[in-house]
Design a protein around this ligand. Sequence first.
Ligand SMILES: [Zn+2]
Length: 77
Amino acid sequence: MNVSALSEWIFAYVSILLGGILFCVFYTEIRRRRFEPKGTDDNVFRCSECAYVYTDDPTVDRARCPQCSCMNDKFTF
Ligand SMILES: [Zn+2]
C-alpha cells in the first residue's frame, strides 16, 4: 500500500466519522423539536397550601394539588 492510498483511506474514514456525527446531531435536533413544545406548553401550578409544584394540561386554568387536593390557580413566572 502506497502513501496516497493510505491518505485516501484516512480521508474516507474521517468523512464517514463526520457524517455519522452530523447525522446524530440532526437526529437529536429533530427529536428535541418534536418533543420540546409538549413539555413547555404544560401549565405549572404551585400549591398555596403545601407549596408543592406540579404541572397539568394547558387547557385547564385550575388544577387540583396531588399532595393535599387543594385547588390552585396557574402559576406564572
Ligand atoms: Zn398542596
